[in-house]
Design a protein. Structure first.
Length: 83
């Protein structure tokens, strides 16, 4: 089944302009039929795969450094405008 850019945009949840612009820049697959862009179901599946975001690989836990020790009670610093 051939779909028009407006149908593809509705399915993808984006604008028709975006679909046409991506096709014009050859970033997404399309068919050029009768002087206009047409998209098959396979094209649509490939577009979804191209823009799929995969989760990052989990990093191994690294030991954290011990917090610095203080030599006494905490005290507020003197305000700058009091100088």
């Amino acid at each position: 089944m051939l779909r028009k850019p407006a149908e593809v945009a509705k399915i993808l949840g984006c604008s028709e302009w975006w679909v046409k612009e991506q096709a014009r820049k050859r970033r997404i697959p399309f068919a050029w039929i009768g002087g206009s862009y047409r998209f098959t179901d396979e094209h649509l599946a490939e577009i979804i795969r191209l823009f799929e975001v995969r989760p990052l690989e989990p990093r191994p836990a690294t030991p954290r450094a011990a917090p610095p020790t203080t030599n006494g009670p905490l005290r507020a610093r003197r305000p700058r405008r009091a100088a």
